[in-house]
Design a protein. Structure first.
Length: 167
């Protein structure tokens, strides 16, 4: 039998988590963290083509609630299609963190990208971001190493852990 993946998953007592693609006009669900305090952004970075997904919770009464969002952009490790990986990012609304939504959503997105033919799905996260590290581990990602001084935010340069999901 071929590879079969679920496109949604239930969290007991909370409801069902699913993801769906959205365009760049869709307003992000309200969420904040020190990991998104960028400071001035680089105009050159706007050339990155970013795809987006909304994370939705269908609660126990059937209401569909936006609970976060995901993004992905291509990273090319050579000039061939098979050298393209997708680097993903995520944010969950502040009051629903730590309930398992992030790990399900990241696994669902990795599986969706694998179905599109992407073998390597990667995620970088701050070496201090323990919540995202635990969430990636539960989503089936594997820690590969540390990218030193890779990300500049408002408070300076940060080392990033790099994780991957191979499919
Ligand atoms: C990181 C994030 C996406 C993870 O999603 P989530 O739904 O909270 O994650 P999960 O519930 O799947 O897993 C979080 C794990 O970290 C633990 N954790 C530790 N500190 C936590 C914190 N401050 N908040 C939430 N979880 C925390 C949880 O206990 C859980 O581990 P466990 O299941 O082994 O107990 C979410 O917390 C978030 O949006 N954070 C702010 C934005 C961010 O950091 N994005 C990633 C940038 S790379």
């Amino acid at each position: 039998m071929g590879f079969q993946a679920n496109d949604r998953e239930i969290i007991s007592g909370l409801g069902e988590i699913s993801i769906r693609g959205i365009d760049d006009q869709y307003e992000r669900p309200e969420s904040s963290s020190i990991y998104e305090d960028w400071g001035p952004m680089a105009p050159e970075a706007k050339s990155m083509q970013i795809r987006r997904w909304l994370i939705e919770l269908t609660d126990l009464t059937g209401n569909v609630i936006p609970v976060g969002d995901l993004s992905a952009h291509a990273v090319w490790y050579g000039p061939t299609l098979s050298s393209r990986s997708m680097n993903i990012g995520i944010s969950i609304v502040n009051d629903l963190r730590g309930k398992g939504i992030g790990s399900i959503a990241q696994r669902l997105l990795a599986e969706e990208l694998h179905r599109e033919g992407i073998v390597r799905v990667e995620a970088g996260t701050d070496v201090d971001n323990v919540a995202e590290q635990r969430s990636l581990l539960k989503a089936g990602f594997v820690l590969e190493g540390v990218l030193r001084r890779a990300q500049g935010r408002a408070d300076g340069l940060h080392d990033l852990q790099v994780w991957s999901h191979i499919g």
